[in-house]
Write a protein that binds this ligand. Structure first.
Ligand code: SF4
Length: 897
């Protein structure tokens, strides 16, 4: 454990997960650990946290951490080296490739998890001093289409509104956003508005997610047809004279062409309904709600962005808001919900390959301005390679040296198998990481650099509403870990750029970043932190959350943009977009008749390197799964809880089957979180197509052609172990954190005998082993004890009657077991004797589905509030409230059948 020294009072910092950007208070628990709570003064969350934020204290261990610089030797083994050698090696490696093959033969791949100051320094080194714009980021997979849509309409990457709009709106539309799981604290803000002010909530999503449980209107739109729906809405608004002609005339251009294009796509209600697959009555209701409600906010997220037509989807939404003047005023506007904690900060510094810096682009005036500000010897003069292009260039040998910082492209990029293979071909691969091993590290990194992690880093992040917050360190740097900004600056010095990277502190970088944003700005650019360009170190240390713009000498700040026009185009007018006819790029076929949609689950984040360390979070959905419509399941012979092989033209995964009526026929859904570190066969990124949006370069992660078929296993079971183990070959497995160690859920087609033979090496040689076998029933249980404690166990049963682990996990967490518990553990009656609590629903209070159903059927609880009173479920962070609503609704349906 990375010990938290006493820090009275609590440290104010920011959550490292999603773009809501919740403020946190972190205090010592007196035992070297941390107590994490919501910061009541932070305007993003006012003290609230979701299940992920609440469990952050469980993720501070050092077991998985990379703690020292390492260089790979000729035998592919790593040797620990000191920082000076590592930095010199990195600088020499890049210099050699650049001298031989030119600046465009090298690239950086960054991350929305970096702090703004880390991002700024990396962007400056590559674009200003190495001389190429080959800097891209995993934010390309997250919100690049929103950026492109904003820039196309507004001339700048500006989120016009703020979170208060969600309190003030009378209609909130969520498009392609499972906000209940992916932006839970904001979603609770929306539902509070719904409950207290009567705001209506419309959810537009091909999949019926937890978010839909709270909706007044659910529109299960056909995949990829958001553009058609909003084109139809624009036509309807025009036909009913419900437009703001004054705003259109004074503040926009291009309406005539835009409405003509919208009419070509969705000329009437019938066409809109047909294209979107929605009931005409529902389309009418949606149109009428929009038309009749001036205060409307349209929130959009990955279902819109992660599309080969993502920019058009964003533009279709913005068109409707521009045409009605519903932008930049309280309770109105298009609102991009950012996925990552600091995707916005990355956008500010120019961390995308098609931006230069500080919301300036690759046009002559901007290039010259940034060159002069940086005193840059060889500034990049054209856009670089976007993420998918970058990895294609690596595969083709055009990019020969790559530095990956804080992200895992070998798992998260589309066609991740091909990406991992391409990484192996690089002449020089540098990885700055928190973790000792991940799929990218295992792809053959030549140098590993130990980066500081959340809790150890100091700097700023920007959330979805343009609010900059401080992340503050509350832990010492472990081992030889260093902040990313320090690592990059040191490499820059070794490359001969010492003067431009002579930062003494993160505050120095922030001031320079702020000064660049204000340099020759005078209101010409949206992003301006001039008011913060000269703050002292003490002011930086105490910086309160601040929304931009923060222009110097500005007496009164407007929270919002564009209520009265003032766009950042040459004529200060917004541009309506002319939309293309919506169509899914990759066609389904007889060989691949389904569409695979990918996304997140409630209690995990990205590739689980942090959230996966929390036993509490691991209980919610511990295994990788694929959701299938009941009719499709029947047609393909799939069983709920069974296994399926999902295959696309690019790869295959084996996943547990979850049959769900919320899944449209012909569609599959699989979560993105599992990697080669946490599963045998669930790297879902391997399946995803690399089709990209022509404007944003964002990949289509929601509609890959795929097929699905059942897989049978003879046995299923689980292993609990104190230390990580190597699971037997040819078993399907998924690994999760459990209290006191590691849990492995597995399935196998091998014989019981061969599985038994694999078990003893999993546990300590001096362990006291007890086992139980019932060969005819296909049951085997083995427990290893040391000093009266359960040191590990293996439970195997026939796949049709797989053993449950909930109760055993509790025994594994106990310090010592009594004789009775030891006997019960392995006895034939034991598993029946332990109550199975079912899948976890409430992570805060550890309440399982079985307990909730029992409370309902016994009459102790008939609604969500009563469940809260009886079991406490849903009464803390509220992340499980949508699931509780669904469970109550299902129970009512069952009772009435
Ligand atoms: S909503 Fe949850 S994950 Fe997102 S910032 Fe807040 S606490 Fe963190």
């Amino acid at each position: 454990m990375n010990a938290l020294s006493h820090h009275p009072p609590a440290v104010r910092t920011t959550c490292p997960y999603c773009g809501v950007g919740c403020g946190l208070l972190v205090a010592s628990d007196g035992l070297g650990g941390a107590i994490v709570s919501g910061d009541p003064k932070h305007p993003a969350n006012f003290g609230r946290l979701c299940s992920k934020g609440s469990a952050l204290g469980e993720t501070l261990g050092l077991d998985t951490r990379l703690l020292h610089p390492m260089i790979r030797g000729a035998e592919r083994n790593y040797s620990r080296v000191d920082w000076d050698k590592a930095l010199g090696h990195v600088a020499a490696g890049f210099r050699t490739v650049i001298e031989r093959s030119g600046a465009d033969s090298v690239a950086f791949y960054l991350s929305g998890q970096l702090l703004t100051e880390d991002y700024y320094v990396a962007n400056k080194l590559m674009k200003g001093f190495i001389g190429t714009a080959n800097v891209d980021t995993n934010s390309r997979l997250c919100m690049a289409s929103s950026v492109a849509g904003h820039r196309r309409a507004f001339g700048s990457d500006t989120v016009p509104g703020c979170y208060e709009d969600l309190d003030q709106a009378d209609l909130i539309i969520l498009v392609g956003s499972n906000a209940a799981w992916c932006h839970p604290v904001l979603f609770q803000r929306m539902t509070r508005n719904q409950a207290e002010r009567g705001a209506r909530l419309v959810v537009i999503d091909p999949r019926r997610t937890a978010t839909a449980e709270s909706a007044d209107l659910v529109l299960p739109i056909a995949p990829g047809m958001d553009t058609a729906l909003f084109a139809g809405l624009l036509v309807r608004l025009a036909d009913t004279l419900a437009l703001d002609y004054s705003y259109i005339d004074t503040s926009t251009t291009g309406f005539e062409n835009a409405i003509a294009a919208a009419r070509a796509i969705a000329p009437d209600l019938a066409t809109t309904a047909r294209l979107t697959g929605l009931a005409a009555a529902d389309v009418v209701r949606f149109f009428e709600l929009f038309q009749a409600t001036p205060r409307v906010v349209t929130c959009f997220s990955q279902g819109v962005n992660q599309s080969a037509q993502g920019t058009d989807k964003v533009s279709a939404i913005i068109n409707c808001h521009l045409a009605t003047g519903r932008i930049g005023r309280p309770g109105m506007g298009p609102f991009s919900l950012t996925g990552q904690p600091n995707a916005m900060g990355g956008r500010e510094v120019g961390g995308l390959a098609n931006q230069l810096a500080a919301h300036m682009g690759f046009v002559g005036e901007d290039i010259d301005r940034v060159r002069r500000f940086w005193n840059a010897p060889q500034i990049a003069t054209r856009e670089g390679l976007k993420a998918v292009q970058m990895f294609d260039a690596i595969a083709a040998g055009r990019v020969k040296a790559l530095w990956v910082m804080g992200t895992n492209p070998a798992a998260s990029l589309p066609r991740a198998g091909a990406v991992a293979a391409a990484l192996k071909e690089l002449e020089f691969l540098v990885v700055s990481e928190n973790v000792l091993s991940n799929d990218t590290v295992r792809s053959g990194a030549h140098v590993l650099l130990p980066a500081a992690a959340w809790g150890e880093k100091d700097g700023t992040v920007t959330n979805s509403e343009r609010r900059i917050s401080r992340q503050r360190a509350f832990l010492p740097l472990p081992g030889e870990a260093r902040p990313d900004w320090w690592i990059v600056s040191q490499v820059a010095k070794h490359m001969g750029f010492a003067d431009a990277f002579a930062y003494a502190s993160v505050a120095d970088i922030f001031r320079e970043h702020a000064a660049l944003s204000a340099f020759e700005n005078s209101g010409r650019r949206d992003f301006d932190l001039g008011a913060l360009a000269h703050i002292s170190d003490e002011q930086f240390a105490a910086l309160e959350p601040v929304q931009w713009p923060a222009r110097a000498n500005e007496k009164q700040r407007d929270q919002r943009f564009f209520a009265h026009g003032g766009f950042f185009t040459t004529d200060r007018k917004a541009r309506f977009a002319v939309l293309e006819r919506p169509a899914l790029r990759a066609p389904i076929s007889e060989a691949f008749p389904f569409r695979l949609n990918t996304g997140r689950i409630r209690d995990q984040w990205h590739t689980m390197t942090r959230s996966g360390l929390s036993p509490r979070l691991a209980q919610h959905l511990p295994e990788p799964f694929v959701e299938v419509n009941p009719d499709d399941a029947q047609a393909t012979g799939l069983l709920d809880g069974g296994f399926a092989r999902v295959t696309s033209p690019f790869g295959a995964c084996v996943l547990r089957v979850s049959i769900s009526p919320g899944q449209q026929p012909g569609s599959l859904f699989a979560p993105i979180h599992w990697t080669g570190e946490t599963s045998s066969s669930a790297r879902v990124g391997e399946l995803v197509t690399s089709e990209t949006d022509p404007h944003s370069g964002q990949p289509e992660a929601k509609a890959t052609p795929a097929k699905i078929a059942p897989i049978m296993f003879a046995f299923r079971g689980f292993v609990l172990a104190r230390a990580p183990i190597a699971m037997p070959r040819e078993t399907w497995w998924a690994k999760v954190a459990v209290n006191g160690g590691h849990g492995y859920l597995f399935a196998a087609e091998r014989s019981l005998q061969s599985l038994r033979e694999c078990t003893p090496p999993m546990f300590a040689a001096d362990a006291d082993i007890a086992d139980y076998i019932d060969e005819p029933r296909g049951v085997y249980r083995m427990a290893a004890f040391r000093s009266g404690r359960l040191d590990g166990c293996v439970f195997i049963g026939p796949a049709s009657a797989a053993p449950h682990w909930n109760a055993i996990v509790d025994l594994f967490a106990a310090d010592a077991l009594g004789d009775v518990e030891r006997r019960i553990l392995l006895s034939g009656r034991s598993v029946d004797g332990f109550a199975d609590t079912g899948p976890l629903v409430c992570a805060c209070f550890g309440v399982g589905l079985t307990a909730i159903r029992n409370a309902i059927t016994s009459g102790h609880a008939s609604d969500v509030e009563a469940i809260g009173r009886t079991l406490r479920a849903g009464t803390n962070c509220g992340s499980c409230l949508p699931e509780l609503k669904r469970i109550v609704a299902d129970a009512r349906i069952t009772a009435n059948v």
